[in-house]
Design a protein around this ligand. Structure first.
Ligand code: FEO
Length: 392
């Protein structure tokens, strides 16, 4: 794919990774991703904003083939999907200065061998002039690592936001065309990347709110020619307003827990509560994470194996705890054969989730009538608490 013009003097020079299916050896990428890099030319100077994943460095270098000189390489974020090709770009343009936050300088030096004299660390609010075009740098920590910043191209009113507002979506479209598709991909990305730092994301949203924006150009996924689309979505997601929904990740070995989960799902639906069940033996964890953004309640279902939770349930609890969603209520259902400490173990693993714990329902062997009644009681409690809280 060739360079793509955004406007006169501003080009997309990134790479679309159609085939990538896993990020960080963890996050599924059902729709691939892109690594967006941008070339901005002023009357006097030229800046490259970010690079691409090192596996696609040749694509970036080919796009820069006709470029006679680069004065600045702006590195918004030290993670390698944006910084990993910097050594190759610097080799091609050895006099370029790497513009980044002071913290990013240290991290980039830790992660790859870049010469210290190549760096031009910038403070929050500092700017560089390209001649007729000014790039202003705003420190935005924790979108997605502590060193992150964004660039505001003042005269063109374009925000280059790197991970902030991104989506893992490989697309032939440079700009958002299918809003529903991008909304889903961006929400999934928010859940996986931004949700653990929701408070910081909110602060950074507020910090950017005075900017007059004509466009947001992230480093993953399509660009936003109507910034309010993604800004409004982020306001909704950071608010964490829970919905009338129960997320129910579960695993079963011989059917007891599955029977309980099915009964709880039916009972919740009868009471007007929406349910998102996930069988953990084959779950897309990105989709599960997305539902956690605004879940009213999370109920984890597991059998007992060797006195504790099934490893798939433990993995889910560990992941959910790391993502720090904000459900109002939390509980556990499941079964055991002869004993164990499954409930205690799982609740201990979910300590980052500051939710009210509802009485768990745990049974020996297959669920009997009393257990099924207890699950109906749990459904009653959840429906009633969701109503009291005004979840819709
Ligand atoms: Fe797209 Fe945090 O890297």
């Amino acid at each position: 794919m060739k360079t793509r013009q955004i406007k006169d003097g501003i080009d997309w020079v990134g790479a679309v990774d159609w085939d990538r299916r896993l990020f960080d050896s963890l996050i599924p990428l059902p729709d691939g991703t892109s690594y967006n890099a941008y070339l901005v030319r002023g009357q006097d100077k030229t800046a490259l904003l970010d690079s691409v994943d090192p596996d696609m460095a040749e694509e970036l270098l080919a796009k820069l083939g006709g470029v006679s000189g680069i004065d600045y390489i702006v590195s918004h974020h030290a993670e390698q999907d944006h910084s990993g090709s910097l050594p190759m770009v610097l080799e091609r343009f050895p006099s370029a200065q790497v513009v980044c936050t002071p913290k990013a300088k240290g991290m980039l030096m830790d992660l790859m061998s870049l010469p210290e004299e190549s760096f031009l660390p910038v403070e929050d609010g500092e700017s560089v002039s390209l001649g007729g075009r000014t790039l202003r740098f705003l420190h935005t920590p924790w979108v997605h690592w502590p060193e992150t910043m964004v660039s505001y191209l003042e005269q063109d009113r374009i925000l280059f936001s790197c991970d902030f507002f991104g989506s893992h979506l490989a697309s032939a479209d440079l700009f958002v065309t299918d809003r529903c598709r991008v909304y889903e991909a961006a929400k999934r990305y928010f859940a996986e990347i931004m949700m653990p730092f929701r408070g910081q994301i909110e602060k950074n949203l507020n910090k950017l709110s005075p900017l007059d924006l004509d466009m947001i150009a992230p480093s993953h996924g399509p660009l936003y020619p109507d910034p309010s689309f993604i800004l409004d979505a982020y306001q909704e997601w950071v608010s964490g307003t829970p919905r009338n929904t129960v997320v129910l990740p579960h695993v079963s070995m011989h059917g007891s827990t599955k029977h309980m989960v099915d009964h709880l799902v039916a009972s919740l639906v009868e009471r007007g509560v929406s349910v998102e069940p996930f069988d953990l033996t084959g779950t897309d964890i990105g989709k599960l994470a997305t539902t956690l953004v605004d879940a009213g309640t999370v109920v984890l279902g597991t059998p007992t194996i060797h006195a504790g939770p099934h490893p798939y349930a433990a993995n889910c609890a560990f992941l959910a705890n790391a993502l720090r969603p904000r459900p109002a209520f939390l509980s556990i259902v499941g079964s055991y054969g002869w004993g164990g400490k499954t409930v205690q173990t799982l609740t201990g693993m979910l300590s980052n989730i500051k939710a009210e714990i509802l009485d768990p329902v745990f049974c020996k062997g297959m669920p009997d009538k009393e257990t099924l009644k207890a699950l109906e009681g749990m459904a009653d409690t959840i429906a009633s608490k969701h109503r009291e809280q005004g979840f819709s």
